[in-house]
Design a protein around this ligand. Structure first.
Ligand code: AMP
Length: 192
């Protein structure tokens, strides 16, 4: 049995940080579509150049492009203990495509963990991250706001999608990294 987790939350909610801890504890593979795009960008691939236009503006990369990239990754990984999906899915069509994709591997999402962080705290964290990440999309307040708005309009509805499947769990994303990790593990253990 695989353990597949969707880690969900607004930009700056702490998905990347908590993913690293989950990977270590549960021996999972990490699929961060944002990281994959940044890797393509650095390597100067055509996919990277395509994604850049959207990323720089704080918009979402088209669904089919994202889904194809995730499918390639899963295919090339071969058999694994499970996945943490971080920053994916971000739209209902992506979530539907992921369900279909996993079904082809006779597996499914176990749980979607929604990290809850108030908007003011998100902005403060993005500003802080910009100082070390070098991410252009963190540094510009207008792009920050755009990403939060895109999250609210296009990504937030996914909570309802997973809630209907009985898989949505809200986790308080305020506190120390270890406190939040403890809350997440309690939820994961209940769903695995
Ligand atoms: P992230 O690192 O997850 O904040 O992603 C950075 C940027 O990459 C986003 O603002 C989007 O432009 C793009 N991106 C990452 N994941 C997705 C996704 N699942 N769907 C569409 N665009 C994405």
């Amino acid at each position: 049995m695989m353990l597949n987790i969707v880690l969900f939350g607004a930009p700056g909610a702490g998905k990347g940080t908590q993913s690293e801890k989950l990977i270590e504890k549960y021996q999972l593979q990490h699929i961060s579509t944002g990281d994959l795009f940044r890797k393509h960008l650095k390597e100067g691939t055509s996919l990277g150049n395509l994604a850049k236009q959207y990323m720089d503006a704080g918009n979402l990369v088209p669904d089919q492009v994202v889904v194809d990239m995730v499918e390639d990754k899963i295919k090339s990984d071969g058999p694994v203990a499970g996945y943490i999906f971080d920053g994916f899915p971000r739209t209902i069509p992506q979530a539907e495509a992921l369900d279909k994709l996993l079904a082809r591997y006779n597996t499914a999402i176990n749980v979607m963990i929604a990290l809850e962080v108030p908007e003011e705290e998100l902005k403060a964290r993005m500003i802080k991250r910009a100082q070390t990440s070098g991410r252009a999309d963190d540094a510009d307040p207008a792009i920050q706001q755009k990403r939060i708005d895109v999250y609210k309009n296009e990504t937030f509805p996914l909570k309802d999608f997973y809630n209907k499947q009985g898989k949505k769990e809200d986790v308080d994303g305020i506190g120390t990294i270890d406190e939040i990790f403890g809350r997440i593990c309690e939820v994961v253990d209940r769903h695995s």
